[in-house]
Ligand binder design. Structure first.
Ligand code: SAH
Ligand code: SF4
Length: 374
């Protein structure tokens, strides 16, 4: 599962197999979602035996699965040593977006992010990253629906996950070596065949790796801006101390040379009284005028330890209007899956805390979402 097309071809060739065998294998595993080598009927019997002896196809184990009233689905995967990561599927009329994780925890430690509050546990492997897509597609198809509780939109059944965004837990560009082959598999016609415009990497601004991504695999890019000046961004996105706004914006310009879209998406989480005043909007306009971009305002998803609050809806509206009046394309993200905490890092943190408490009490049992949220 963790092998990209090139690595798989190398592996198969190392066993004396032809390169097309690797492509067949990719199609079995990723297009058809088959994990059992014996079921791969067009592979030679002895090749299947070699595979069964030396390899296995396995997604991370599901610890919890939950479905929201609005059709949003969320899986919590156990990645060992008490660590969990999360994957969210958001069905909409014209697309189905899967939000996947790249690390268990995160080193960047943004104070508004519950993943950041958990600290860093470890990088995920390519297998664990692509395994989230493998599993989710399988699960959604097995249900024979799009994840919605109502009727499936007609004609879209064959590719229900139409978009993938790396906006779950972790900073994808700080786990570049594992993320790159996973992205390549998403684009590979023998695997998931998504277009570069439909795969988005979200980054807090790891400047040198933005350049690498532009060279190696220029998918759509979202940059977590969250503040219009260095003083505030140093606080909200601590990585800014290493790569300040001037360098970040220059990297965005360079990325646009390769990007599949002619703009960068800037994400901006709306924090009450912190970054949401008219003065902040005006500073932001100054930035957005210099880089071809779209602004995505995200209502903050509150959690207890953050000490921060969501900007009131009226403030978000005024802020957005001010940007739009200045000619900046601005959207406000709809909150989805609120009833299952389907926001970045939310659920995993709560379950983990509860898991520790539970372990301390030496009561090993499965925690349901209802219990974890109680
Ligand atoms: N590390 C990457 C990708 C994962 S975070 C990054 O920071 O871009 C994905 C998005 O969710 C980021 O824009 C992040 O700022 C946002 N986010 C994190 N915590 C949030 C919260 N509590 N409420 C709203 N958005 C949040
Ligand atoms: Fe890490 Fe992104 Fe959360 Fe910041 S917002 S702590 S970079 S996952």
């Amino acid at each position: 599962m963790g092998y990209g097309a090139d690595a798989l071809a190398e592996l198969v060739q190392g066993w004396g197999g032809k390169p097309f065998r690797a492509r067949q294998l990719l199609r079995w595993i990723h297009q058809r979602g088959v994990a059992d080598f014996d079921a791969m009927t067009d592979l030679a019997r002895d090749f299947r035996a070699t595979l069964a002896e030396r390899c296995h196809v396995q997604a991370p184990g599901v610890q919890l699965e939950h479905r929201s009233r609005d059709g949003t689905r969320k899986w919590l995967f156990d990645v060992g040593a008490g660590n969990a990561i999360e994957t969210v599927f958001i069905p909409e009329d014209d697309r189905g977006t899967l939000c996947i994780s790249s690390q268990a925890g995160c080193t960047v430690a943004c104070p508004f992010c519950s993943t950041g509050h958990q600290g860093f546990n470890r990088n995920l492997g390519t297998n664990e990253i692509i395994g989230q897509l493998w599993w989710a597609r399988h699960a959604i198809q097995a249900d024979g629906d799009t994840g919605r509780l109502g009727d499936a939109p007609a004609g879209n059944e064959h590719r229900i996950i139409s978009n993938v965004v790396m906006m779950g837990m972790g900073e994808p560009l700080l786990n570049y070596n594992a993320v790159l082959p996973a992205l390549q598999l998403m684009l590979d016609d023998n695997a998931y065949g998504l277009s570069r415009r439909r795969v988005t990497v979200s980054t807090s601004g790891v400047v040198p790796m933005m350049d690498r991504l532009g060279e190696d695999c220029p998918v759509a890019l979202a940059v977590s801006l969250h503040a219009p000046n260095d003083t505030l961004r140093d606080r909200l996105v601590p990585l800014n101390r290493k790569y300040p706004l001037r360098e970040l914006l220059a990297a965005c310009e360079r990325y646009l040379v390769h990007a599949p879209r002619d703009f960068i998406t800037f994400e901006y989480v709306m924090l009450d009284g912190v970054n949401d005043t008219d003065a902040h909007a005006d500073e932001l306009i100054g930035i957005a005028r210099n880089v071809p971009c779209k602004l995505n305002l995200i209502p903050f998803n509150p959690f207890a330890q953050s000490g921060l609050h969501r900007s009131p809806a009226a403030r978000v509206k005024l802020f957005a209007q001010r940007l739009m009046d200045a000619g900046i394309v601005t959207t406000v993200r709809k909150t989805r899956g609120d009833d299952i905490d389907a926001a970045c890092g939310q659920l995993a943190g709560e379950v983990r805390d509860r898991t520790r408490l539970t372990e301390r009490a030496a009561q090993r049992r499965t925690i349901s979402i209802a219990e974890a949220r109680a």
